[in-house]
Design a binder for this molecule. Structure first.
Ligand code: SAM
Ligand code: F3S
Length: 448
């Protein structure tokens, strides 16, 4: 009987991607099948994130819960990976001796070897080093699950924003070689993938080595990715304002496969705060890029990340963030209250803003962006939108569901033969979290 693997993932899309690669790897090497139930697993794994919140605490309380699991099943293997593992290292074994394996984001490819050693020698293993590109060389080809896939094009970050722990936990920024990225995408397309999302902390800072020794920039990479046979939609996330270039603006205009969407984290609209964050741009420079994109591409949907209540953020600083939001009219945001990260410079800054005030600011910001989002959704009613059909709708399983270029979920009636394909849908209704649509009957006949 095959062994079962349960993975609990905290955090961002990078972590989701890493978890799926770990599952592929352990299926390849040890025949592990994924399960959603930790009680029936032979190996349980935590893929941790330490960007916000009480990350360490969450990890240790989850490990505490798995203690009883191990007591009833002594052969159970417990592994902890990701950014908290990278920060805590050996400390995890001291506080949670039931753990067998501790590995970092850059050593997940060594899991099979660590697992064997741990079983043979009946000893815990820790490896949180940063061996850079070796990780990708050692992973099996990506396994496809549906018409969409993520492709990691770079790892780590060397920007050292004062609030952020990523450079310390994921290591310095490095780009995967161009040939490796393209080969992975071609293999995905051969298995039926129609949409890829290029992943990295600052994808637009991509500088991948080519086989002739030349360096491929991000905007050039986009042309190559879009030209892969079968790939009809390309997304990327996240990009950094200081790595935006005129070539990237041009790429958005020139590449039809590239979605009309840009996620460009600004964090704050106050130059004083941006400086304290060490972001490397002013709000005026940020707006200048947005204007350039919008001039070239009027329909572009723009989303961003915000940190609210950064140490010393005054009413005036927050007002400047709201002014920027009014100007750009963002379509979506990932916005959070600042969370001090041990070991980062900002954790030492004096923070005088009361938490209640921070919560009010966050709500004000989110409410305004939600209003913009609903307005954009309402303006889509009556328009024709191209969707990539992903499967059956979650709430209405008799309906199909897909996403528009600007990443909105649309539910509609249609034959299951459309799953995995692009269809054109007329938007009939805008709801707060999704849209409803309809396909013309003649159109279904045409595509069948
Ligand atoms: N590279 C991206 C950029 O240009 O900013 C961001 C990557 S970061 C891992 C993802 C997001 O987490 C950031 O944009 C920021 O908004 C948020 N974040 C990071 N550190 C944080 C902290 N200490 N407190 C609150 N949010 C934080
Ligand atoms: Fe973090 Fe700033 Fe890099 S937010 S991931 S240090 S660009």
């Amino acid at each position: 009987m095959s062994r079962k693997l349960y993975i609990k993932t905290f955090g961002c899309q990078m972590n989701e991607y890493d978890s799926s690669r770990m599952a592929d790897l352990l299926e390849n090497t040890h025949g592990f099948i994924s399960t959603d139930d930790p009680n029936e697993a032979d190996m349980v794994m935590l893929n941790t994130c330490s960007v916000r919140d009480k990350a360490q605490q969450k990890v240790y309380s989850q490990l505490g819960r798995w203690n009883s699991l191990k007591a009833s099943k002594p052969d159970l293997i417990i592994a902890v990976g990701g950014c908290v593992a990278s920060q805590e290292g050996e400390q995890i074994l001291k506080r949670a001796p039931q753990v067998d394996i501790v590995f970092g984001p850059q050593t997940l490819h060594r899991l099979p070897e660590m697992l064997d050693q741990c079983i043979d020698q009946k000893k815990s293993r820790v490896d949180i080093s940063f061996p850079e590109i070796e990780k990708f060389d050692c992973l099996p080809p990506a396994r496809v699950d549906g018409p969409k896939a993520f492709v990691s094009i770079m790892e780590g970050c060397s920007k050292y924003c004062t609030f952020c722990v990523v450079p310390y936990t994921r290591g310095t920024e490095f780009s995967r070689p161009f040939d490796d990225v393209i080969t992975e995408i071609v293999e995905l397309a051969e298995q039926g993938v129609r949409e890829v999302t290029l992943l990295g902390q600052n994808v637009n800072g991509y500088r991948g080595i080519q086989h002739d020794g030349g360096i491929m920039e991000f905007s050039q990479l986009l042309y190559y990715v879009a030209s892969v046979e079968g790939i009809d939609r390309v997304r990327y996330t996240t990009s950094h304002p200081i790595e935006v270039s005129d070539d990237l603006v041009t790429a958005h205009l020139a590449i039809p496969e590239l979605v009309a969407q840009l996620h460009l984290p600004v964090q704050s609209g106050s130059d004083r705060i941006l400086k304290k964050m060490k972001r490397g741009y002013t709000s005026t420079e940020y707006i200048a890029w947005i204007d350039k994109f919008r001039e070239a591409y009027t329909n572009l949907s723009i989303s961003s990340d915000f940190i609210i209540g950064f140490p010393g953020e005054t009413e005036e600083d927050f007002k400047q963030t709201m002014d920027l939001i009014e100007y750009v009219r963002f379509d979506q945001s990932f916005s959070f209250i600042y969370s001090p990260r041990p070991g980062t410079p900002a954790a030492e800054f004096e923070d005088t803003v009361p938490i209640q005030e921070k919560k009010i600011r966050l709500m004000t910001l989110q409410n305004r962006i939600n209003e913009f989002a609903l307005e954009y959704s309402k303006n889509m009613v009556g328009t024709n939108q191209r969707l990539l059909v992903e499967g059956y709708a979650r709430k209405f399983p008799q309906q199909l569901t897909g996403r528009t270029e600007n990443n909105r979920v649309v539910n509609f009636d249609g034959p299951s033969s459309l799953i995995g394909r692009f269809v054109d849908v007329i938007i009939t209704e805008a709801l707060p979290n999704s849209l409803r649509g309809r396909i013309e009957p003649e159109y279904v006949q045409y595509i069948n």
